[in-house]
Design a protein around this ligand. Structure first.
Ligand code: T1G
Ligand code: NAD
Length: 708
């Protein structure tokens, strides 16, 4: 056979086992070997039915994603899985697919080409291709509606979310859930059906009859909303809809065409970049993969405000008992009420069972003292942003925490080393910077101080996964990766309004670029007082003669903190719907004129360039300084912490897409017009652009130099 596919026998049942770690992807040679094994079993007169399953953690995670780039670059020919799947379906003996872990993408397509499917109770099936900017490319859009009907098929192909075993059974995608040993259950099932006529998915017609056009219209409307700007979900809807009028073969041919169009798109490149970027973050030069990781069994959180509350939820959700400490009963009650309301909301929406909420609430111990902190494996500080307070809190926890306890700060901007200096164990101190709302946003910046130990970092990386976050290592500087880049981005947004763009125009331009919201809308949401407090903390660092945004402080002095006060850059009604605030616009104009700033018309393209190139240039500086390990880490930060459009791959990937020479030329224009203080190109960006390189090639060279 092949070393990746084994054929064995359990009496009259043949068992084909796919063993291509880590996830049994259908890389070169694998489909061929599966087909050969099935054909060999079919030719064996003693075999009555064939079971196909995956070895290791999963059934089949789909096509090998690493191949797509090579195909697009012309380094490899494209392949189609259709003949392979047709051969499975044509097998004269019944084929039972036994699914555990995941049957994703080409994995589900393979499963659907079998005659029957059994599934382990904890397994998932899905067509997640749209998350990579493509659509199912091997009959998924044609076989799925035949098994599950159009509504389910559209939902799965266009939005990419996997479903569990129960839902798959209810939808008709699988025939049985196996509790306990999957292989034994699959063999028993195979014995039951052996000798019966095997159903062929591609010939099933009954579920195709119900093709209400409303299904497709609703899916398109949802895609415009939740997958704004993305081509693949619309292509997937079209492909599935084709099954309402085309034969299976014609539908597959059209699917293949749409698949190819998506595969060669920039969006696909960007989303595949994002997939691998997210998996690269945990590879940290100098920290071996086998660095001991401490298990976090108990956590403690200090502060039950916005971030402390969210952090507490994160621990409770992950099954980790957590103490949360406040300074007053009132603050504690307020924090706990928000936590409870959050869970109750999920229960009401049907996303969480009442029993699960009760269990999670029971893991949370609210209190005013440090009692029990001595047992915590991690203490997460989330008190007000101020160095004096942070140092006082760290000195207090250093005195009680056990020596192996990690002391983590949620600070947004402050110096981790200075915070660590308040303790006798700087090696155990680091930043765990969650993003608001902390229980929703996936990003966790793990900030490394001078003395932070490899073990503390590795432990937090593992903890991030346990909390279902993506942990990105950042060096210690003001604002770390995300917020340091946000500085120039928000600065330009404010300069633009001072120079004549309206608040709405700035927000709209970046929304149209793909950001979840414009920069000034985001400031209004976060609260303008947050930045105000930070500016006060760092005012001594401002250099005289350097232009500063003028209006935000004035709005704060007027008590206009954004959404929470109903007014800020825009005004908000009781439903938080925004509209332009004429008073703010007048204030901006008056302030700008008084400062001698020339006012002019500014188009959307300039707005986007000013803001996005400011992000990119700062990102390049961070990379040069070693604050970020990889350009792709910066992308992960912006995709998961700041709602940068995934289909643009993140700011650094977007720079590569634009072309670094073009980026450099535009920076030079801005430098000419607005001065070198803000616009002199980052030396790294200049070096890469002049050498005809990209941020991706920079990452690849760094990885090669690090030996992996
Ligand atoms: N191809 C290649 N490598 C893959 C892979 C894949 N499909 N899936 C995972 N890996 C690697 C991953 O990079 C990592 O490598 C390791 O496996 C473990 O992954 C024809 C066109 C399966 C749920 O989109 O959703 O089929 O970092 O860290 O958390 O129509 O990986 O260790 O070197 O994520 O346990 C559709 C994508 C493809 C599935 C496992 N399939 N993968 O999660 O581990 S397109 C997908 C996942 C397709 C057909 C079409 C998850 C997972 P390394 P991991 P995990
Ligand atoms: P917050 O004002 O909502 O909450 C702070 C809480 O800490 C308050 O409830 C306060 O009573 C409590 N507190 C103060 N001193 C304490 C002490 N000695 N012991 C126990 N509790 C104490 O603030 P926040 O927005 O949650 O910010 C907390 C930290 O997280 C700050 O460092 C901030 O910069 C950072 N952060 C905030 C956001 C955000 O969007 N809000 C995002 C990322 C990081």
């Amino acid at each position: 056979m092949s070393e990746n596919v084994r054929l064995t026998r359990e009496k009259e049942i043949a068992v084909v086992t796919i063993d291509n770690p880590p996830v049994n992807a259908l890389g070169p040679g694998i489909p061929e070997a599966i087909q050969a094994a099935i054909e060999s079993a079919a030719a064996d007169a003693d075999v009555r039915a064939i079971v196909v399953m995956g070895a290791g953690r999963t059934f089949i995670a789909g096509a090998d994603i690493r191949e797509f780039g090579k195909i697009v670059r012309g380094e490899k020919p494209g392949r189609t899985l259709l003949p392979f799947l047709a051969a499975i379906e044509a097998c004269a003996k019944p084929v039972v697919m036994a699914i555990h872990g995941q049957a994703f993408g080409g994995g589900l397509e393979t499963a659907m080409a079998g005659h029957y499917r059994v599934i382990a109770a904890g397994a998932q099936v899905g067509q997640p291709e749209v998350k990579l900017g493509i659509i199912p490319g091997a009959s998924g859009t044609q076989r799925l509606p035949r098994l599950a009907g159009f509504a389910k098929a559209v939902e799965m192909c266009a939005f990419g979310e996997p479903i569990g075993a129960g839902e798959a059974l209810a939808a008709g995608i699988v025939d049985r859930i196996v509790e306990g040993d999957l292989l034994a259950g699959a063999i028993a099932f195979a014995r039951e059906i052996a000798g019966k006529e095997a159903p062929r998915t591609s010939r099933r017609e009954s579920k195709l009859r119900d093709h209400d056009p409303a299904i497709f219209a609703a899916a398109r409307a949802q895609a415009q909303k939740t997958k704004r700007g993305q081509a693949a979900p619309l292509a997937a809807i079209e492909a599935v809809e084709n099954a309402t009028r085309l034969s299976f073969e014609e539908g597959c041919a059209r699917e293949a065409q749409l698949f190819r169009e998506c595969l060669y798109s920039t969006q696909c490149k960007a989303l595949i970049h994002a997939f691998f970027a997210e998996r690269a973050v945990s590879k940290i030069p100098g920290i071996a993969a086998d660095t001991p990781v401490r298990e976090i069994r108990r956590a403690a959180v200090i502060g039950a405000g916005t971030m402390g509350g969210g952090t507490t939820l994160n621990y409770a959700n992950a099954g980790i008992p957590v103490i949360v400490k406040e300074t007053s009963q009132e603050a504690l009650d307020r924090g706990l009420a928000i936590i409870r309301k959050n869970y109750a909301g999920s229960v009401k929406k049907g996303r969480l069972a009442q029993a699960a909420m009760d269990e999670r609430m029971a893991r949370i111990t609210p209190q005013l003292s440090y009692a029990g902190f001595e047992d915590a494996d991690i203490i997460a500080e989330a008190v007000f942003e101020g160095m004096a307070l942070k140092k006082q809190v760290f000195a207090e926890i250093d005195a009680i925490a056990k020596p192996t306890c990690i002391l983590a700060s949620n600070t947004s901007y402050l110096d981790i080393d200075e915070i660590a200096s308040a303790t006798g164990r700087p090696e155990m101190v680091l930043g765990n910077h969650f993003f608001s709302p902390a229980n929703v946003m996936r990003l966790l910046e793990i900030v490394r101080g001078k003395a932070t130990s490899a073990e503390a970092i590795a432990t937090c990386m593992a903890l991030a996964r346990k909390l279902k976050k993506v942990g990105v290592l950042a060096g210690n500087c003001r604002g770390f990766i995300g917020n340091r880049m946000l500085g120039p981005y928000l600065r330009e947004a404010q300069f633009l309004v001072e120079e004549g763009a309206s608040v709405a125009a700035v927000n709209q331009a970046l929304y149209d670029f793909g950001m979840a919201m414009g920069p000034l809308a985001m400031s209004d949401l976060a609260g303008l007082d947050v930045g105000w407090r930070i500016r006060k903390e760092f005012r001594h660092l401002e250099r005289p003669g350097v232009r500063q945004p003028l209006v935000a402080d004035l709005l704060c002095e007027m008590g206009r903190f954004g959404q929470k006060t109903g007014r800020g850059w825009s005004q908000y009604d009781e439903n938080r719907a925004s509209s332009p605030d004429p008073e703010t616009e007048a204030l901006i104009e008056k302030t700008a004129r008084a400062a001698g700033i020339e006012r002019r018309d500014i188009d959307a393209a300039e707005i986007v360039d000013r803001c996005v190139l400011a992000l990119i240039n700062e990102g390049a500086k961070l990379l040069d300084e070693g604050i970020a390990l990889r350009a792709s880490d910066i992308d992960v930060v912006y995709l998961n912490g700041y709602a940068f459009p995934a289909w643009r791959g993140g700011p650094m990937f977007h720079a590569d897409t634009l072309g670094l020479d073009r980026v450099l030329a535009r920076l030079a224009e801005f430098e000419q017009r607005h001065g070198a203080e803000f616009w002199s190109p980052a030396p790294l960006l200049k070096r890469l652009a002049e050498g005809g390189k990209t941020f991706s090639s920079f990452d690849q060279e760094a990885a090669a130099a690090a030996g992996g």
